[in-house]
Design a protein around this ligand. Structure first.
Ligand code: CO
Length: 187
């Protein structure tokens, strides 16, 4: 397995809505291993398939921070956020936008449905930092970046430094997650 190149802002693939995985086969396992290898090499806490140039709806996360109990590594295949509650503000960064971080508001707690790499359907309830990471990664799978969730003013500051994104999509609301609650379940 291999460490892959991480796609950087403003690449078009970061705006791609990824496609649900149909076959839970060796190819999927190889992709997941590449995601892990690449994420750990970059010292990240999460990575989505389109960040390494792939179109499958798969992400991996391993939320861990100094001085806190770590959440076990988690693979989400075809994840969907079923519900969210509360609010959390977190200073986020992204492996695809090195050198930039900003505070984003997200759900404090989310219920997620996803498949395991073997194709078994599971539900997860995540709170706090792990919930932030999961929402950030699932956003990636929808072609959404955390900088899309900044205020207009902060977004202008970001674009001044990192350039405009010709592939950017308009979000219906700045309120994180909430815009996506209508997302249909995917089989
Ligand atoms: Co990211």
């Amino acid at each position: 397995m291999s460490v892959r190149a991480i796609v950087r802002y403003p690449a078009e693939i970061l705006r791609t809505v990824t496609e649900p995985v149909q076959s839970f086969d060796e190819q999927l396992k190889a992709l997941i291993q590449d995601l892990w290898d690449t994420m750990y090499e970059a010292q990240g806490v999460g990575l989505a398939a389109n960040q390494i140039g792939r179109r499958e709806r798969v992400c991996v996360l391993h939320p861990r921070r100094e001085g806190e109990e770590e959440h076990p590594p988690l693979v989400l295949v075809n994840p969907v956020i079923l519900s969210g509650s509360g609010e959390i503000r977190w200073e986020e960064g992204c492996l695809s936008i090195p050198g930039f971080s900003a505070e984003v508001v997200r759900y404090h707690t989310v219920e997620i449905e996803a498949c395991t790499p073997e194709g078994e359907r599971r539900e997860y309830r995540l709170s706090g930092f792990p919930a932030v990471v999961a929402q950030h990664e699932i956003d990636h799978l929808e072609g959404i970046l955390f900088v899309d969730r900044l205020s207009w003013t902060k977004r202008q500051l970001f674009e001044r430094e990192f350039g405009k994104d010709p592939y950017r999509k308009r979000l219906p609301t700045l309120r994180p997650g909430r815009a996506r609650l209508g997302v249909q379940r995917r089989g």
